[in-house]
Design a protein around this ligand. Sequence first.
Ligand SMILES: Cc1cc2nc3c(=O)[nH]c(=O)nc-3n(C[C@H](O)[C@H](O)[C@H](O)COP(=O)(O)OP(=O)(O)OC[C@H]3O[C@@H](n4cnc5c(N)ncnc54)[C@H](O)[C@@H]3O)c2cc1C
Length: 471
Amino acid sequence: MTQPGATGRDGARPLEVAIVGGGMTGLALAVGLLRRKVRFTIYERAAGFGELGVGIHFTPNAERAMAALDPRVLQSYVDVANHAAGGFLSFVDGFHEPEQAGDPGEPAEDLMFQLRVGEGYKACRRSQFVDQIIQHVPRECVHFNKNLRSVEEGDGGARAVLNFQDGSSAEADVGSRLPLNHFTVPRLMRVVVVVGCDGIRSQVRAAMFGSGPSSPRAQYSHQLAYRGLVPLDAATAALGPSKTTRAMGHLGPGAFVLSIPLVGANVIHVEAFVIDPNEWPEVSTGSDTKRYVLPATRDEVVSAFAGFGPTVRAIASLLPEKLHKWAVFDMLDAPAPSYARGRLCLAGDAAHASTPNQGGGAGSGMEDALVLAELLAAVAVADGGGVVAEALRVYSEVRYERSQWLVTSSRRVGELFTWGDARYGSDKDKIWREIESRSHQLWDHDTDAMVRDALATLHSRLHVSGLGCQG
Ligand SMILES: Cc1cc2nc3c(=O)[nH]c(=O)nc-3n(C[C@H](O)[C@H](O)[C@H](O)COP(=O)(O)OP(=O)(O)OC[C@H]3O[C@@H](n4cnc5c(N)ncnc54)[C@H](O)[C@@H]3O)c2cc1C
């Protein structure tokens, strides 16, 4: 697989996109650009692609964005996803459950509400999704072990140099007529647009808005997640099939558990969320993973959920003895003022990290990737940095309000799941009504209209300013 070598109008050089970070957002964007014949390079700090964490679910809006990016992006998920029995995500009161509820075959439960997600709830292991999607990214377009350290800008924003930890650089310079990807000069690689898909500690964001205490940043949301896999057979023996074939949320005060069967892998993916009043411990290490993912034990989970009903306690006791806990970071309190500046922009968690309570964070990155891919394709062979900067401005405007809404809404859903709103308490009708409405606001978004709006806005701006772009 090679990238198309499109040349611009009148021999103008085509756009080159530097994607910093090869997580789910960066990879989806890469496939979307490839489909639209826009050249790109991924700079990833790790030695290979891989996903931390266990399972992932995409909401219907995300699925539509993935299909529009390139049907192969959606297929990468569908091919490895497991469907939960009944198609629903069932939320139960996991706290006031009678003690006999754990008897196999006799599941007593207090159903609070059910969410029917799209065609039916499904989820997959993250690593399997990534293994699929990377098959569509040409290997020569990826540079591993490229840990972005800084971005230097010059010539009034006309140049940007990406400096990596290993001493190499990549330069963005629209004025140059040197060949793209000029790898014969080993320490200098040429790029034009920089998309920061580099997650919660984004260096591209730091380059755009600074990294001081008042700069936009992701912070501990005071929610943590113990994540692990439970063998399906053992869970079925303990809880009976009805609780182990359905995707379930077990709600309670200050904490909740999601148990999602991944039947193909013969496991249940468990995420046990706890509202944590403490600060996340500062770990002095260069590695994000070690900072935000700390070792934990099954005993910790068992004790955190000791006051819950028998189903939740049984799930906790089936977790592996050693597992990990994730700090959940979001940008609620220090949002980025915009997602674009000059020829730099942000996508995915780098732009708007949110808590995972609506299962929408990665999906929001898919929506970003779709709008960006479409806008960049529209200006791919236009001359001049002004056109590209205008496209990125439109991208930011189109994506800002909705993605910021998700950050706020996801926090609110976490509050409702953990019965943290004193006006609602554990009142299932009130909780259900609000969650249903927020869920539909997320799922029912018209992604086609979002793209149409973005392109129409871009064309009218360029028309007014006298700048051109691909029709
Ligand atoms: C517990 C939990 C459960 C979740 N469940 C869901 C769910 O079910 N559905 C959903 O839609 N979302 C979910 N999310 C959110 C989802 O995980 C994130 O939104 C998504 O992973 C963000 O992807 P990304 O590619 O934007 O960022 P990341 O996944 O953080 O990827 C960033 C990439 O950039 C690289 N990188 C970082 N810094 C640099 C640098 N300086 N130079 C070069 N490369 C760099 C990293 O190595 C990484 O590969 C969940 C989140 C959590 C915490």
